[in-house]
Design a protein around this ligand. Structure first.
Ligand SMILES: NC(=O)c1ccc[n+]([C@@H]2O[C@H](COP(=O)([O-])OP(=O)(O)OC[C@H]3O[C@@H](n4cnc5c(N)ncnc54)[C@H](O)[C@@H]3O)[C@@H](O)[C@H]2O)c1
Length: 418
């Protein structure tokens, strides 16, 4: 692909031969490393799973509640760069060990699994360190901030025997099971188009995701360089620490926040390979509050199996909520956030088909991870799906930032700079 396809002004650089060689070498080392990865002792069916957590902010607090609600699980340690988060967890789990540096947590020999809910730009580091320490892993989505990082994490997970669950919780929903079953039954026929959307709104003058900075968010209370994680050094900036989602160097915007859930669900329900191309348009239209990532988005994915998936997202109207529509020659499946899936036949091709409401209960994504730590079975959202969904959403972002349609080959050949 020539420079004209992705402009240099977007700070995108060609992953040169030496980067590729390094990656291949690392991937090969990853395979070799599988032989020497430390592994936790094998747990019996009734043994207690000892869990550590890295990054316990908003989402981490939800995940802490989820895991504490499960039987036979003990949360023994947590690491967070911000003292406020450590203190908040200690109030909930008084005997927990707390650390600033995640590596001290990973040094603990008696931790079986680690839950990572740090900002996106640190996921790959926490992922790779956790696998290298021989722990099972629940990592929040999107698996990584970039495609090259996703390749490294997939290689490490594949080379290890660790249980890896990515926080794509719709994969453990009843609607997923029902939709997949209806497709396998042949009720949907030939699918050529899936339309999906996410709609949110906020009060005038308050941009989506913008959080207030607590008064104790000071340089003394935060390990700022651990947050930066290799990003260019600069003085402590509490707004960016708290509102990392708004800035490209830490985030992928709403594609890595929400599209990733929906595209993973669609790709697995329909068993789709990676998209062959993505096109994304949009902009910062809702609140011009200094953010870099767009709030209004229209994405088109081409899949090399005669299917187009579209996703639209707005932060200025929430009427239609979140949903996906699988449009087939013999029927339609509609899925809304946390609701049962619905099916309607296309009478023209399925005369005797009936409207159907799904009834499979949710399995619980965290529960599925803990169950798999015991059974050593593959969880519902393994690293391979984390990889596929990450590549898809990064293709979309790459297209937006370059103002061009981007093919899979082009996306894989480029690594974005911060
Ligand atoms: N699955 C879902 O539905 C869902 C929902 C919300 C958020 N998320 C994901 O969860 C992740 C966290 O989002 P959030 O809203 O909780 O962000 P947040 O900023 O509230 O929390 C991140 C936490 O990580 C800590 N942190 C930063 N750098 C760290 C480091 N180097 N080591 C240890 N801790 C560090 C921060 O101090 C903070 O407490 C994101 O990847 C986000 O996409 C998933």
């Amino acid at each position: 692909m020539g420079k004209s396809i992705i402009s240099e002004s977007l700070c995108l650089r060609r992953a040169n031969d030496s980067t590729r060689r390094t990656f291949l070498k690392q991937a090969a080392m990853g395979t070799a490393a599988a032989l020497v990865f430390p592994t936790s002792s094998v747990l019996g069916a009734n043994d207690r799973v000892r869990v550590g957590m890295i990054g316990v902010g908003d989402r981490g607090s939800d995940l802490l509640e989820q895991v504490l609600a499960l039987p036979n699980v003990e949360v023994v340690a947590m690491a967070d760069v911000y003292s406020r988060r450590r203190e908040a967890v200690k109030k909930k789990v008084p005997n927990i060990q707390t650390f600033t540096d995640h590596r001290r947590l990973l040094d603990m020999k008696d931790i079986d699994g680690v839950i990572v809910a740090s900002p996106l730009h640190i996921h790959a580091r926490h992922f790779l360190d956790t696998i290298a320490a021989g722990k099972d892993l629940y990592s929040e989505k999107t698996m990584t901030w970039s495609i090259p990082e996703a390749e490294k994490c997939l290689a490490a997970a594949t080379a290890s025997n660790r249980i890896v669950q990515i926080g794509l919780q719709a994969q453990s929903s009843g609607s997923f099971v029902d939709a997949k079953q209806w497709i396998q039954n042949g009720w949907v026929g030939k699918v050529t188009h899936v339309e999906s959307w996410l709609s949110r709104n906020t009060p005038h003058g308050h941009g989506q995701w913008v959080r207030g900075v607590p008064s104790d968010c000071t340089a003394q209370n935060v390990d700022w360089s651990a947050f930066l994680n290799g990003r260019p050094d600069r003085p402590f900036d509490p707004y960016r620490l708290i509102n990392w989602r708004l800035f490209w160097e830490f985030s992928g915007g709403n594609c890595t926040e929400n599209l990733v859930h929906q595209i993973a669900w669609i790709m697995t329900v329909l068993e789709l390979p990676l998209p062959s191309a993505a096109y994304m348009s949009g902009g910062i239209f809702s609140e011009k509050d200094g953010r870099e990532v767009p709030d209004t988005i229209a994405v088109t994915f081409d899949f090399p199996v005669d299917i187009v998936v579209t996703w639209q997202s707005t932060f200025s109207n929430k009427h239609y909520g979140l949903g996906d529509r699988i449009l087939g020659s013999d029927g339609t499946i509609e899925h809304h956030l946390e609701e049962r899936a619905q099916y309607w036949p296309e009478k023209i091709n399925r005369t005797h088909g009936e409207d159907t409401l799904g009834n499979t209960p949710d399995q619980g994504h965290m529960r599925n991870w803990i169950d798999c730590i015991h059974s050593r079975k593959q969880p519902n959202a393994p690293a391979e799906l984390g990889y596929r969904s990450a590549v898809a959403v990064h293709m979309a972002n790459l297209s937006y930032r370059s103002k061009k349609r981007v093919t899979l080959e082009e996306a894989k050949a480029y690594a974005p700079e911060y």
